[in-house]
Ligand binder design. Structure first.
Ligand code: PLP
Length: 388
């Protein structure tokens, strides 16, 4: 037997259920994809222009490790304006390579081997994997369709052990579209206080809410001191390819993240940081226009899925619908596979998002309205054949 060079904790990671699907999609023609979790829009013009201009001005160098100061200031001001929580741009904000890096930094900075991180699921595919990579143990607390995929404070508290370090929440949620209520978040804040836990809150979809409020966890009484807030530019401003996000936390915690960041990536790309600054300064109208388009698509997809017989809760945030596929008599993996083969529509099996996801599929509506209409016609035909 040749020696195993790949570390055990890496070799044992399951491949992402999303990737597997897209490898198949890439080999097929005429597929309508409701699979990808990224805006179909190109980055709005004023932001693009700022990026191009930055390059022309010779902004092609490393920046300070924590990020361009003006951007950190703009991020801190924005968080204060929107959520009345104040971070010091000099010591409490780090600009990262997408929220993906911010997640990695947060978990690596806080987890000692064997510590447990409680994660309400279904959730973004990276959370559990990143906890494992950091040497921790992810403890999943599944939500249910019946309660709108809200995080459930009693179940979270019941999952606490002497090894629990943090609660990791991600709302507005990928894949369910749930937006956690203030009441549930307040209950979680009391649990965090009582058991002296950290809270890591991924708020990347904070701008994408439809008629409900997004509550920034750190803005709740006493919570700034025990919260790492993660957010970014990929979703609200259609900037996935620029790779820019941030983490904000009290200096004592944040400086731990910066220490890893400086040795691993040095600084986020300079041009992307300047484009992100422009997004905050001049991107709000474009972001709002995109949000309204998502809202229109959301209403279309949810009403048609329900008509077709795939029960779907009206999502209140992000850009995903999460239909229950029980009426097809298929499990979610088979449903997604057959739908792709028979009707060339790509969706993601819910079980890719952790416990509570089995029996559902994720349909992204970050796709053109007409494409969504066509995809729904195809799903309807599929269900005519498969409905039990
Ligand atoms: C909940 C959530 N967090 C984080 C990310 C990563 O975003 P990025 O690294 O592009 O900022 C995604 C992307 O799909 C996401 O859905």
């Amino acid at each position: 037997m040749p020696r195993e060079f790949v570390a055990k904790r890496v070799a044992e990671l399951k491949p992402s259920g999303i990737r597997k699907f897209f490898d198949i999609v890439a080999t097929m023609d005429d597929v309508i994809s409701l699979g990808i979790g990224e805006p179909d829009f190109t980055t709005p013009e004023p932001i693009l222009e700022a990026g191009i201009e930055a390059l022309r001005q010779g902004e092609t160098h490393y920046t300070s490790n924590a990020g361009i100061y003006e951007l950190r200031e703009a991020i801190a001001d924005l968080l204060e304006e929107k959520y009345q929580v104040r971070y010091d741009p000099a010591s409490e904000v780090v600009v990262t390579v997408g929220v993906s890096e911010a997640l990695y930094l947060a978990l690596t900075a806080v987890i000692n081997p064997g510590e447990e991180i409680i994660i309400p699921t279904p959730c973004f595919v990276s959370y559990q994997a990143e906890v494992l990579l950091a040497g921790g143990v992810p403890i999943e607390v599944p939500g249910t369709m019946e309660n709108g995929f809200q995080p459930e404070p009693e179940l979270i508290e019941a999952a606490i052990t002497p090894r629990t370090k943090a609660i990791f929440i991600g709302f507005p949620n990928n894949p369910t579209g749930a937006v956690a209520t203030r009441e549930n978040l307040l209950a979680i804040s009391r649990i965090a206080e009582k058991h002296d836990l950290l809270v890591i809150s991924d708020e990347i979809y904070d701008n994408l809410v439809y008629g409900v409020e997004h509550v920034c966890f750190a803005s709740l009484p006493g919570m700034k001191e025990r919260t790492i807030t993660l957010s970014g530019f990929s979703k609200s401003y259609a900037m996935t390819g620029w790779r820019v996000g941030f983490a904000a936390a009290p200096a004592g915690i944040l400086q731990g993240l910066v220490r890893i960041h400086q040795y691993t990536v040095m600084s986020a790309p300079s041009v992307s940081q300047l484009a992100a600054l422009a997004a905050i300064q001049v991107g709000a109208d474009s972001a709002e226009e995109m949000r309204q388009k998502y809202d229109r698509r959301r209403k279309l997809i949810v009403s048609r899925l329900n008509e077709i017989g795939l029960d779907t809760v009206m999502p209140q945030g992000a850009f995903y619908a999460f239909p229950k596929i029980a009426s097809s008599g298929l499990d979610d993996e088979t449903f997604a596979q057959r739908l792709l083969e028979e009707e060339k529509v790509a969706v993601v099996p819910g079980s890719a998002f952790g416990s509570g996801g089995a029996g559902f599929v994720r349909c992204s509506y970050a796709t053109k309205y007409e494409q969504i209409e066509q995809a729904l016609d195809r799903i309807e035909k599929f269900m005519e054949r498969h409905k039990k």
